[in-house]
Design a protein. Structure first.
Length: 296
């Protein structure tokens, strides 16, 4: 039998999951975009738009990488996200496995020394360490509430970042969407080289772990386990209700009409993520000031 989880610890784990997922997604986006920015200046603005950040009229490639990858003073940067995750983990080491803590600690200390390398090497390192972190969490942590809050944070952040990416690049290069989502190889094995199914894959595929539907299903499972239903009818948990409504709408969407409805669906998903995040905060966490991503 597990002991009740303190609100402070639950909130910290939830945000560690979001921090590491944000670092991973930002690294993926920058890694596939950095080689395009010199030939396609519009890519600069697209990247800032995905992250909900303001930008100058004519940002440069070095400035883009410095701000979004290396700058710890930029809350949305990779460096700031990894630092926040590591600092948060220091306060909840008693509920993390030693391997998970060491992964975060080593990642943070090695990260600053990699700035002299190429952006690709830096971003690849971040992606590999994020995968290692979540892999160690899955392999070494009990499937209790600690693990559930970590995965819940990761899942909601993944939905948020994927919908942002789709919203900005909806009419652009579909292969960029696949590469930034790490889905290019899985997509090719499933659909071949036909890019017509990219939106369907990233939104609706039930087997790909980074798709929107899969992430919503994972978040829903975590919430059901964290707050088992007691009512015989309806859903009392507003976070679970918000996620369940959009997940059901996606799963039963008419594929023939999907492309025409994507802007509407993305807006609905963003609203659902915000509503779920607020409901989770109100139900499980106790703090004076609500945490939120810059530009959210």
């Amino acid at each position: 039998m597990t002991r009740p989880l303190l609100s402070r610890i639950a909130e910290t784990l939830y945000w560690i999951g979001r921090y590491i997922e944000r670092a991973d997604d930002t690294a993926r986006l920058l890694d596939v975009s950095v080689h395009r920015v010199l030939d396609e200046p519009e890519t600069f603005r697209s990247i800032f738009d995905v992250l909900g950040l303001r930008h100058s009229a004519s940002p440069t490639a070095p400035a883009l990488i410095r701000r979004l990858a290396y700058d710890p003073a930029e809350p949305a940067s990779i460096a700031a996200s990894v630092r926040a995750a590591r600092d948060s983990a220091r306060g909840v080491r008693e509920v993390l496995s030693s391997e998970v803590w060491e992964c975060l600690n080593v990642t943070w200390h090695q990260l600053s020394g990699l700035e002299a390398l190429s952006p690709h090497a830096y971003l690849s390192f971040v992606r590999e360490r994020a995968a290692l972190f979540f892999g160690l969490a899955d392999a070494t942590m009990s499937r209790d509430d600690c693990w559930r809050f970590l995965v819940l944070g990761r899942s909601l952040e993944r939905v948020d970042m994927t919908t942002r990416l789709l919203a900005v690049h909806l009419t652009g290069d579909r292969r960029l969407l696949l590469q930034a989502s790490g889905a290019d190889e899985s997509f090719t094995r499933t659909h071949g080289v036909n890019a017509d199914h990219v939106l369907e894959f990233l939104l609706l595929d039930r087997l790909y772990p980074r798709s929107v539907v899969y992430s919503l299903m994972t978040a829903e499972k975590c919430l059901r386990a964290l707050a088992p239903a007691t009512a015989r009818a309806g859903v009392a948990d507003p976070a679970q209700a918000a996620i369940g409504r959009v997940r059901t709408g996606l799963e039963y969407a008419d594929l023939a009409e999907l492309r025409d409805r994507v802007p509407e669906l993305l807006g609905t998903l963003q609203e659902a993520c915000a509503a779920a995040g607020e409901a989770i905060s109100q139900r499980f966490f106790q703090h004076r000031e609500e945490l939120a991503w810059v530009g959210a």
